[in-house]
Design a protein around this ligand. Sequence first.
Ligand code: ZN
Length: 360
Amino acid sequence: MGLKIVYSEKHKKHNPTREFILGRFEKYKECEKRVENILIEAKKRRLISANQQELIKPTDHGLKHILKLHSQDYVDYLKTAYKNWLRIGGSEVGVFPADFPVRDFANKHRENKGGNGGSRGYYTSGLHSVIVEGTFEAAYEAVQVALTAADILVKEDNTHVLALSRPPGHHAHGDLCGGYCFFNNAAITAKYLIDELKVGKVAILDIDYHHGNGTQEFFYSQNNPLYASIHGENDYPYYWGSASEKGTGQGLGYTINRPLKKGTKDEEYLKTLKEILENIKLNFKPNLILISLGLDTFEKDPVGNFKLSSNCYLQIGKLIKGLNLKCLFLLEGGYALENIGENCLNVLHAFNDTLIKSSL
Ligand SMILES: [Zn+2]
């Protein structure tokens, strides 16, 4: 059983330096080291060699799969926002919107995109997705990484795939960036697997600390893919992810939310994960599973508020492996730079026979 990794160094083009937190500018946590540290750990555990020759480069699938879920005007906005921002004298730190639509009014007047200045607020759900010069290029490439991983997963026997997509995607809506996300890599890939690669039933398991509001919204009224999430209760993105959100119409029952209290530790987390996986296996019977792999559930993560140990990620991997399905892992959050490599490779441990257990 093999494990392949798709990677592009273009993720480095998205390099904001600051974000606005609690009224202060702080270092941007969604940084390139998150991915690079995973590669360092993969070398230590001999999953890849020193020259990284095993890493697979993405093939360009074009904009068309992005445009199935994101609007053309939002794509145009991401492409031009930084240049326009500089043109009006905005700081090189990146685009920080200051004017937001009154929600109900904006929903009734969708043709009004807020004009030259207001559009920044119109296309943004919060201040954590800072747009800089290379953001569009990196976000576009992150989608290509994910789509290429889907191709490999479907074409090759006995293979699981890790897509090192960065920036992450699960908080991105059709025309909204937010929570460090711009294009919804997981949602675009799930749709591609179902519509283009005709794989049948796809389950999306979102194990990032935060609820994947964007992914849920795309598929809320559909019965394929299924969306299941374990996440922190009453935490970002705040307005989504309650257990009562179960889907609507023919999608009813195909959204599963299991919010857990802040401070949740290994045992309770694993119990909940086991229940969800059993539910998915028995009732949905997917043909493959796409994992929105967030590692911000870790006890030392500076953003998430669960208390999972590094050992817990070995158990998470084992439980997912127990489904006996092809698995496509897509990187989402995870900000404990010292540990993200070890925790990521711990999840993957069960999926590759040659992977040594720990770098220590
Ligand atoms: Zn997260």
